[in-house]
Ligand binder design. Sequence first.
Ligand code: ADP
Ligand code: ZN
Length: 525
Amino acid sequence: STLPSSTLVRKPETVLKQVFGYSEFRDGQKAVIDAALNAQDTLVLLPTGGGKSVCYQIPALVLEGVTIVISPLISLMQDQVAQLQALGVKAAYVNNSLAREEQQRVYQQLHQGLIKLLYVAPEKVLQRDFLERLSHLKISLFAIDEAHCVSHWGHDFRPHYFRLNELKQRFAHVPMMALTATADKATRFDIVEQLKLQQPYIHTGSFDRPNIRYTIEEKFKPMVQLLRYLKEQKNQSGIIYCTSRKRVDDIAEKLADAGLNAAAYHAGMSNEQRQFVQTGFARDDIQIVVATVAFGMGINKPNVRFVLHYDIPKSIEAYYQETGRAGRDGLAAEAIMYFDPADIGRVRRFFEDIDDEQRRRVEEQRFNAMASFAEAQTCRRQILLNYFSEYQREQCGNCDICLNPPKSFDGTLVAQQALSCVYRAEQRFGLGYIVELLRGANTSRIRDNNHHQLSTYGIGKDRSSEFWLSILRQLIHQGLLSQDITQGASLRLTEAARAILKSEYALQLAEPRLQAKHVYQDKLA
Ligand code: ADP
Ligand code: ZN
């Protein structure tokens, strides 16, 4: 095909300035672009907001021919193309939602060499007639956006991505650039493998998101904790992640009842409903979205100020991606997870249903890492980045642990009070009931059991229920209490509890972290 004047070769720096209006490249961008210009395959690993798009958009504008961008989401495609067109770049998209005449118009321009960047859905690019069309074009580059979708190990596997290796087979001479914000190592290896990248140039940026403050708060009365937090946020945007659709609906409704501007989002809703919520959120018409993991890729909203986890996610990777939707504009943002150690057992039971044994083991290992992250008492960011092999020596100074270091205290007396309360109640009751007994609650259940007569009734009434819940959890954790799931989660003393009751040694416990946020906010001021 002949070369229209608009595709005259320009220097990458010139394009960066003239088209995108940026004065210099960010770390790594130039090297990736140079590799692509030299027809080398590339793998670009940058966190969300790291500046991946420019890495393929500039080669597309510098090289002859058309760059084919594979992108998994229609909304993402539309946004990107609209942005490029606004910059005067000849970009277009085709996917199966486009009207036939529209598609024909795009194809016409394509064959006339009038399009520099063509965004295509993966299912579309693999259609026989489309591949045939491609073989008549001069293709400068294949850019595979959200490339982790190719991997079974990734958090967002998509079958159509899996077949993208056919592109390398058919167009062996066309360089391919894979881009992802995935920090997970196994997934990264798999991307190279699956897409058949040939000795790729790999750029790995830092995955640190220093403006995000990580906090893990013990889950007591999560709805109360949630509302207390949200009431302070005024009109800021945020996302609340939960594991089940039912819980999403439930919480969204409660928030609405509390007068908050919140909407639900999950895969059980119709396409129109979901689109409505996503657009409303993008436009700041909706302040809070309560969602399952289905609310993910394609949320390009820069000013999300908080991401809350009502439940523990299934992997550190998922946690990182979900919290990463906060603060894309670089301004201070918060990631708070409400954590109940008992949730760990609940999630583990889900994995038992996975038939594929290897798959189950991988899921379990990933979740174990997440669980130990949640339970750890060291700098959150250090653990996160070390997990992604980005070794961190320094504590971050911007997580709950750094801002409000855990303190321990001699917990022998409170442990004895709690343990004897469990014992007096004949080891037949669960956490909530024991807390009520300790606090001397006046409930019909306690009266019916005649437990208001026990010597331990009300023995801990000067402490909050959160305090006692935290202590009981720690006693379980330390192996002094066991929880019998088959018996209504009743608490039982273990052999080891005897030594504590007899004061044979002193027991160190962590001071319960109650309303941690309020404590360290004062410190920062
Ligand atoms: P990603 O796709 O990695 O999430 P984007 O490509 O959307 O990130 O880039 C994030 C933001 O950074 C965008 O607003 C983009 O215009 C901006 N950006 C990218 N490269 C540069 C640069 N060299 N200088 C200044 N801003 C840049
Ligand atoms: Zn820290």
